[in-house]
Design a protein around this ligand. Sequence first.
Ligand SMILES: [Zn+2]
Ligand SMILES: [Zn+2]
Length: 101
Amino acid sequence: MLLVCSQRCGGRLFRALFAEVEIDSTGAYQDHAVIQPGYICLNCGEPAIDLSEVPNAIEAEAEEDSTSVVVSDVLCPVCETMVQLDAERECPNCGSPLEVG
Ligand SMILES: [Zn+2]
Ligand SMILES: [Zn+2]
């Protein structure tokens, strides 16, 4: 397991949310039941992610990226915004048509 805070706040303590603890009338631990998987960061309270369970998802994304359309950077001649051209051929900032290459 490799837990990280989804906000990457640097917190290193996490609380497991998946268990309900059963106690007796004096508050002594009796048993626990697994309800749902999940963890929160104790530092900022945001959800935490188990990185050991997501490498497959990351690999799938990386493959998609490598097969995607070639993107080229073009400087808009009107407003001088650096625009990444793929399907769109106009400046997102000022709407000017852009030429590739
Ligand atoms: Zn955090
Ligand atoms: Zn522009």
